[in-house]
Design a binder for this molecule. Structure first.
Ligand code: PA5
Length: 424
């Protein structure tokens, strides 16, 4: 059986240096405290155990996903931040499965253009709605739900609430109260799991199950990393090595991290990671600024800056050992483009070589970093990646001495907007 765990390679960094060894040691201690529940924010570390804890509910989630797919063509997922990015990342990366519904996204902005387009797209389609909000009171999803509820009421009459599933806190919040009152189907977000760490809870799993994606494999991949993290020593744990490398580079002035992705199907994964890192680490004047680059698209736009701009960037490449074997590049083409040498080869191979060539150029141009290589882009490996990044981000935040699991800055913005609305 090949080793399917993601592996980490350090580039432009000496893994044997005393500096790196000390940080690995410290990360190992922080991991032990995280697992023991003795770090700041310990009451929100339920995500660590989600893979094992979701196991008994997977049948219910898969069953509900099948019911949604049988009764509708589209599932509108209403949520913002941690309440939609994980599901959307996996949906874009893996694509809709056979017999799955199409997913549409609402409540992740206040754009009237997007809201109008969505409602127009739903005209004439059978759809269901999954409203996701841990607090049950976030403005963007709440407003989107009002608009969708009006549309659904007109379309389905009083039975519209049978087409809604609410995913929220098990005990509190306006959505929970409404669902209880109206007998609307609900899924619980464990109270110990915060938004950006919730992709492996019903927040991510229900929409993905409805889309026909193998959520069992996703959870099992995450479980594989969870068990590894519980037993591996610090120097063998990919999340610890990655977190340590990020912090060493930051200490050398590389306070911006670019996550370089092998293709646009992973752009939303990049956005998920950006939120995870930014919201968990950016506190008390600390934290690495997370940013994303998509190959090879962005080499024709912002790649120049990485190669030649200010030396404040560290770069993490995400790669897959096996990328899609199709399509194969035709042996000849209509134009003398000088590319016959790749005729008959998979486009995925060219992608891989482009990634390696870019990495060589960036490393030679003094952009240090790491490469995280997963086996292939499937639910199991994506589950592994979700867990590795969650653990690494939590460790980095703890290393900086901040609570990874709160978001005082987000609360401040919410208050500011509420004050403006109150002046209406
Ligand atoms: O990670 C977080 O906690 C946030 O991004 C939340 O997910 C986001 O603000 C949405 O909150 P809620 O799920 O309460 O609507």
């Amino acid at each position: 059986m090949p080793n399917l765990s993601p592996h980490i390679q350090l580039e432009g960094l000496n893994a044997d240096s005393r500096e790196f060894g000390l940080i690995i040691e410290m990360m190992g201690r922080l991991k032990a405290c995280l697992l023991d529940g003795t770090t700041p924010g310990a009451e929100f570390t339920g995500w660590l155990r989600l893979p094992a804890e979701m196991e008994p509910t997977l049948d219910r989630i898969a069953g509900m996903g099948r019911r949604i797919a049988a009764e509708s063509a589209t599932l509108v997922v209403v949520g913002i931040g941690g309440s939609y990015l994980g599901a959307r990342a996996a949906y874009e990366a893996l694509g809709r499965g056979l017999d799955g519904v199409e997913l549409q996204w609402a409540g992740w902005s206040l754009s009237p253009v997007m809201a109008r387009r969505l409602v127009e797209a739903l005209d004439g389609r059978d759809y269901m709605i999954n409203v996701i909000s841990k607090s049950g009171g976030t403005m963007e999803p709440a407003l989107a739900f009002r608009i969708l509820a009006q549309h659904a009421q007109t379309r389905y009459g009083d039975a519209w609430t049978e087409r809604v599933v609410v995913t929220t806190d098990p005990a509190q919040g306006a959505l929970r109260l409404w669902a209880q009152d109206r007998g609307v189907e609900t899924m619980d977000i464990p109270s110990t799991v915060g938004g950006r760490f919730s992709v492996l809870s019903p927040v991510g799993l229900l929409p993905l199950a409805a889309a026909g994606i193998d959520v069992r494999a996703l959870v099992s991949g995450a479980g594989d990393v969870q068990r590894g993290a519980e037993s591996a020593s610090a120097e063998d744990d990919p999340a610890v090595i990655y977190a340590a490398a990020r912090c060493v580079m930051e200490q050398r002035g590389r306070c911006v991290e670019v996550l370089t992705l092998p293709g646009p199907e992973l752009s939303l994964f990049g956005e998920w990671w950006r939120q995870l890192a930014g919201e968990s680490e950016g506190k008390n004047g600390a934290g690495i600024w997370p940013s994303v680059l998509t190959l090879t698209t962005d080499l024709h736009s912002i790649g120049q800056y990485l190669q030649d701009g200010r030396r404040m960037i560290q770069e993490t490449f995400l790669a897959f050992e096996e990328y899609d074997a199709e399509p194969v590049i035709p042996r000849s083409g209509p134009v003398a483009d000088g590319l016959d040498l790749v005729g008959g080869r998979a486009l995925g191979l060219v992608n891989r070589l482009a990634l390696e060539g870019t990495r060589d150029a960036h490393r030679a141009g003094d952009v240090p970093g790491t490469s995280i290589t997963a086996h292939r882009l499937d639910p199991f490996c994506l589950g592994q990646l979700f867990y590795v990044f969650e653990l690494a981000v939590a460790l980095t935040a703890l290393f900086h001495g901040v609570n990874p699991f709160d978001q005082p800055g987000v609360e401040a913005y919410k208050k500011g907007v509420r004050a403006k609305l109150n002046s209406l």
